[in-house]
Write a protein that binds this ligand. Sequence first.
Ligand SMILES: [Zn+2]
Length: 298
Amino acid sequence: MPSTAQLEEAACILCGPAPARMRIDAHPFRVVECEGCTLVYLSPRLAPDSREAIYTGDYFKSPIARERGYTDYVADRDCYLETFRRRARPLLAWRPSGTVFEAGFAAGFFLRVMRDAGWRTYGVELNPDMVAHARNELALDDVTHGRIEDWDGRDAPYDLITLWDVLEHVGDPGALLAQVREWLAPEGRLVIETQDVSSPTARLLGKRWHHYKHGEHLFHFSPRTLRVLLERAGFEVIDVTRRGAGKVIPYRFLVERSQRIFPPLTPVLARVPGLDSKTFYVNPHDEMIVTARLRRSR
Ligand SMILES: [Zn+2]
């Protein structure tokens, strides 16, 4: 358990200091909802140094993936490539080639899919092992180890900027959006995928919802709160969808997650013969893909 020195209080990023009601008490963390704007966020939460240490360490090969990170991200390569091929489809229909920048690219699988489709790719990632993977295993060139502010903006503006599973992890999502805005082409698209706290799945599962990972998920957006955040950062939302926001996962991941959501099911699932090596496309409709562009000046 983190010490109080590793924690910080947070305020609503849309309203500033405003009354918030408790949603989940998970000592020492609390998930709260702003009474002004309905933004759901964590307070207290891990302080910046402790947060960053999560991603530079064993996050992508985590011994406690149910609480934090991934069991073995790189080993599930084929699943991620297939997931991102699905997510790339509407983007490639919009624009067959161009330049793409991804912040927090993990192992680089999405960028590899886009490069294979003929795009020029760029990215920054906090985990040094993942950057090495992207360079050495996926042969991606313009990838840098560091924070978003370490990226030099080379060859900007980009036609496409993606934030897959990133916005909910950062301490100041508004600042991240303001930064990437500088690098987006006038006709470009910003695509964000994050979990949707207002989804029926999230409501049904309550505090057992698998996206309540208090070490890493600092924000739980809804279409409404994310739209406000984007508009304040100078964007205009053009699409919000839950379609295509699913993931291709190995069967054992399903078994692992069931332990959190409904433990009695786990031994049953684990005994089903012949499924061990299978993969599934699963979309619990609790994540959203939000597409935005630069706001046109009026
Ligand atoms: Zn608020």
